[in-house]
Design a protein around this ligand. Structure first.
Ligand code: HGY
Ligand code: MN
Ligand code: MN
Length: 417
């Protein structure tokens, strides 16, 4: 196995690179690295250097994804795409995204050092935006790569009023060229993503790795409630108030109750802004986010419809006008059965029990699933914590994940699907 020859396959080396990336942040001591930012440029430069060192030809595509290519036995062969995202949520954990990129590079380094060539090329992608932290629309990098980027998003402003187009130009990219990032399906054999589980199952089962069955579908809404601002001291309680914040509170509890009735579905209000946001003023306007997920699409769509109806009903009862915008949707994404078999065989060959598990978290693999077969390997993370500074992966588990991914790649040398 590659460990002797490929130092980057060592869990300590993987951890060192994860830590090096975590040091690139806009909000130290926390980790925040958002799309089209100076921090993205610095992280991309670091990763491109690692890709070169592993024997890959590198480039940055039109939306800022970093790409390393390791040719197969026949130049120009379709590629196995590996990778994950390099952006983060605010005050993030350091493993969510980068672990998939760092392990993929380590696997290519192992092949390069052994001068092994597979029937496929291998491309490692560090996606520029999966979380949607800055502009609210997720998977911008993988949507661009699959030709599904919505150019209307270019006019969407961030919290500082900077549009996506302006942000791209500020890092030297041309918004008009994004369509050029699209890759034809014929160039891609499959997409494999290694990612932390972001849940408790592997830890409960005392396993370092697992095989993903499918990724839950997701819908995101942006809800704005228009009430009537007023003096907190003089407007009587009850019908005279058109309190947008009290109406939002009623909506949030209704959303929680509706989702709680659905087995396997979840709904979250993670962000809320009240206007004017003053202690002595009844809120005249509130905007809040809704994130809905479910393993089955009909279930998710029913839940979204019920949530919409509840918001409108609460608004009517409280004299508050509700405007509901859908900002994102991706269908549930099943993993390819042949890739699942390959991943299961690699996990077993590494001496671990094989378990299948769903993903409630979204991943770039959902965008790729609209173009090519996908497979995902989950790696245990401590207490299932993610999207939090306490997110952590044990060195041995990071190495176990890289070794499984490497075995899956070698499996393609033995049997092309
Ligand atoms: O929201 C998600 O599930 C992912 O972390 N972007
Ligand atoms: Mn995430
Ligand atoms: Mn992620």
């Amino acid at each position: 196995m590659p460990h002797r020859h490929a130092p980057q396959m060592d869990g300590r080396a993987i951890t060192a690179r994860i830590n090096a990336l975590a040091a690139i942040t806009a909000e130290p001591p926390g980790l925040t690295r958002v799309f089209a930012s100076p921090e993205q440029l610095r992280a991309s430069a670091l990763v491109l250097g690692w890709m070169r060192d592993a024997g890959m030809a590198v480039h940055t595509d039109a939306i800022g994804n970093v790409v390393g290519r390791y040719e197969g036995a026949t130049p120009g062969a379709p590629a196995l795409l590996l990778g994950s995202h390099l952006d983060s949520v605010r005050d993030a954990g350091r493993w969510d995204g980068p672990l998939g990129v760092v392990c993929a590079i380590a696997c290519v380094e192992a092949l390069h050092l052994e001068q092994r060539r597979l029937p496929y090329a291998i491309e490692v992608i560090g996606f520029a935006d999966e979380e949607g932290t800055r502009f609210g629309a997720t998977m911008l990098g993988s949507r661009a790569l699959t030709g599904r980027f919505d150019p209307l998003l270019l006019e969407r402003p961030d919290d500082a009023g900077i549009t996506m187009a302006e942000a791209l130009r500020s890092i030297g990219l041309d918004p008009a060229a994004i369509a050029g990032a699209a890759r034809p399906a014929a160039e891609i054999a499959a997409y494999l993503e290694l990612h932390i589980e972001q849940g408790p199952v592997l830890e409960q089962r005392d396993l370092p790795v697992g095989c993903v069955i499918a990724i839950d579908g997701q819908t995101r809404l942006s809800v704005t409630l228009h009430g009537m601002a007023g003096h907190a001291g003089t407007v009587p309680m009850g019908g005279r108030r058109q309190d947008a914040l009290a109406a939002a509170a009623a909506c949030i509890l209704a959303i929680e109750e509706l989702a709680g009735r659905e087995d396997g579905a979840v709904a979250t209000v993670g962000r809320l802004e009240a206007w004017p946001g003053a202690v002595n003023v009844i809120a005249g306007r509130v905007t809040f986010s809704v994130d809905v997920r479910a393993p089955e699409d009909p279930q998710r769509l029913r839940l979204v419809a019920a949530i919409r109806a509840a918001i409108l009903r609460i608004g009517t009862n409280r004299g508050v006008r509700a405007a509901i915008e859908q900002t994102h949707e991706l269908p549930a994404s099943p993993c390819d059965p042949a890739l699942r078999r390959r991943i299961a065989a690699a996990i077993a060959a590494e001496g671990h029990e094989v378990i299948d598990l769903p993903s409630g978290a979204g991943h770039d693999a959902m965008a790729l699933a609209q173009l090519v077969p996908i497979g995902m390997i989950f790696v245990r993370c401590r207490n299932g914590i993610s999207h939090h500074p306490d997110e952590h992966v044990a060195t041995a588990d990071a190495e176990a994940g890289a070794r499984v991914l490497h075995r899956v790649l070698l499996g393609f040398a033995e049997t092309t699907p």
